[in-house]
Design a protein around this ligand. Structure first.
Ligand code: ZN
Length: 250
């Protein structure tokens, strides 16, 4: 693996544009369960309760159920960025990462210090007002919900607040999607980390990059079915810090 890692690091150093795509596997090391996996959250909490139509019909119940689910997620203690998040932040600050595209909604890439993050499914760190569209940090909404005052409401207009994430039944934000596709097409190196590449549009992005001549690097605990130039079937918190060290200290 060391020689492949050194070669992948050389490709990153030589590239003008390096773009990364991350999925649930980057967050599991921080204690956030993969929703779709066996024993995952969707076996304990009914996905139908988190559908957009349910939010529209019953925002009070939606927020109560979301609180119950988050109490499950955070039962293990505080959730903080891990070595994989930190590796991407370090790669960006070293000038070797143009942008990071993520399927995750936990806000951990920004918390680790990544600046240019394209959040394909939005972010749970913010809420959005259904009436005026204003975005705000999610902390005060959560305080309100924990105090039993649901749904939380907008400071400016009293409209109902929704987590700024893409719920089931909602379409993906087009601006983010187009930016992700454009970043993939124009990248020289495209890194996939912690994504099984089983859902769109994530599945297409590395293929778009490869078709346009990018060198592709894939780090995931399981095989993905994507034939990358460099594949590391291993833990992201192990491989990514080593890769970034190799980029910075040739
Ligand atoms: Zn409002």
């Amino acid at each position: 693996m060391n020689e492949a890692l050194a070669e992948a690091a050389r490709a990153i150093r030589a590239a003008d544009s390096v773009v990364a795509l991350t999925g649930a596997g980057v967050s599991t090391a921080s204690g956030i369960p993969d929703f779709r996996s066996e024993g995952g959250l969707w076996e304990k909490h009914d996905p139908q309760n988190f559908h957009y139509s349910r939010f529209r019909a019953d925002p009070e119940g939606f927020w109560r159920d979301r609180l119950a689910m988050f109490e499950d997620i955070y039962a293990g203690g505080d959730i903080a960025p891990n070595a994989a998040h930190e590796a991407f932040a370090a790669l960006e600050s070293a000038g070797h990462l143009s942008a990071l595209i993520t399927q995750n909604i936990d806000g951990l890439h920004r918390a680790a210090g990544s600046g240019d993050v394209v959040e394909l499914h939005g972010t749970g760190a913010e809420v959005v007002c259904m009436d005026c569209g204003e975005h705000d940090g999610a902390d005060s909404a959560w305080e309100t919900v924990k105090a039993g005052n649901t749904p939380p409401r907008c400071d400016s207009c009293e409209g109902v607040l929704k987590p700024a994430v893409v719920l089931f039944g909602q379409s993906m934000p087009q601006a983010e999607l187009h930016r992700a596709q454009s970043l993939a097409s124009n990248s020289d190196v495209f890194i996939v980390a912690g994504s099984s590449l089983s859902v769109e549009p994530a599945a297409s992005l590395p293929r778009t990059a490869a078709r346009n001549g990018a060198t592709t690097i894939c780090v995931n605990l399981e095989e993905t079915g994507f034939d990358a130039d460099y594949t590391f079937t291993a833990d992201v918190t192990d491989v990514l810090p080593r890769l970034v060290r190799a980029v910075r200290k040739p």
